[in-house]
Every structure is written in C-alpha cells, then in structure tokens.
Write a protein that binds this ligand. Structure first.
Ligand code: MN3
Length: 201
C-alpha cells in the first residue's frame, strides 16, 4: 500500500488573488508531492508500511532513527490539513460553540487573531502556526518548527497556517506578516475548524 497525493479541495487558481495558481502548483504539485514520494520510498522496507498516516506520524515522533519517516509523514499530513484550512472567500469569523471557545480562551476574536499572527511571526525559520483544542475542548495557539505537529501531543488541530517560505514567497516575497494577515482576513476556513471542533466537544 502506498500513499497518494490528495487532490486540492478547490481549483489551483481558486485562492487568487491572494495565493496564486503558481504558488499552489509548486506547493501542492511539487513540495507536497515530494513528501508523499519520499514517504513511500522510506516505508518500502519498514514495518510501518500499511499503517495509517496518523499512526505513522505518532509512532515516529521523537525517534531520531525514524526522523526521515516522521518528517515526510508529518509534512504529508500537515499539508493536507492546511489545504482544508483555507477556502475561496474565506476569512470572516466563526460562529456558535467555536466562537464562544475562542472568546473564552483568548478574550476576544481580535485578540485571537493577534496572538495567532504573533505565533506565525515568531516561528523562527520554517514551521506552522496552529489553533488546537485539548480533550476538554479548551483552545490554544501553538507554533511548531519544520514538520512538527500538535497531533503528537494529543491535541486536536482545528486550523493550521504554513509559514515555510514556500507557502508565500512567490506571492508575498519576504512579507510573512502580510501573508498571515491575508490568511486570517481572506482565506481561513472557519467551517473546517468548526467541523474539527465538533469531533472534540
Ligand atoms: Mn508547505
């Protein structure tokens, strides 16, 4: 059994003018695909072959001998999650239980946005910013370097934002804060976050 590159949940140009078809053609078609191909190669002689992607990520976390498998498996998972964390005409604000949980955790939705952008801005080098829920439904913001993911800490990701340069460089050059602001104002998919939150609470 081998993993396959999942299709984007929208057309390659659907996030324009914010994220270009060119960015998605490289980010999904080259970067994400390379993680899938590398993972399949690394698993070809491994007892982990046949396990689910999530099982592989959790089984190889913090294991130096399996770092290559972890890095590629986690990047496959993180990217699929990231595509769904955005949608055409995204942005706005969540409603319902998720809105209440955000106010409870961060004081206000504006304060959440500030803290989330701050997490992305202060992730030195490559990594990810996350909104996560713990098993009781309490929300927190996390930042992780490289391929690391809150999945391995028993937390449930609700939304992620890729802050590797390959996510924004063609459209925003070095302006990571402008990309993050665009993500929050025009791209973030709160319906997806609410679905993920439903599975926790
Ligand atoms: Mn990426």
């Amino acid at each position: 059994m081998t993993f396959e590159l999942p299709e984007l949940p929208y057309a390659q140009n659907a996030l324009e003018p914010h994220i270009s078809a060119q960015t998605l053609s490289f980010h999904h078609g080259k970067h994400h695909k390379a993680y899938v191909d590398n993972l399949n190669n690394l698993l070809s002689n491994s007892p982990l072959a046949g396990k689910s992607l999530e099982e592989i990520v959790k089984a190889t976390a913090n294991d130096k001998e399996k770092q290559g498998i972890f890095n590629n498996a986690a990047q496959v998972w993180n990217h699929t999650f990231y595509w769904h964390s955005m949608k055409p005409n995204g942005g706005g604000a969540p409603g319902g239980k998720l809105a209440d949980a955000i106010t409870q955790a961060f004081g206000s939705f504006d304060s959440f946005k500030e803290q989330f952008a701050q997490a992305g801005a202060t992730q030195f080098g490559s990594g990810w910013a996350w909104l996560v829920a713990d098993a009781n439904g309490a929300l927190a913001i996390r930042k992780t370097p490289n391929a690391e993911t809150p999945l391995t800490n028993g937390e449930t990701p609700l939304i992620t934002m890729d802050v590797w340069e390959h996510a924004y460089y063609l459209d925003f050059q070095n302006a990571r804060p402008k990309y993050m602001n665009t993500f929050l104002e025009s791209l973030v998919n709160w319906d997806f976050a609410a679905q993920n939150f439903e599975n926790v609470v």
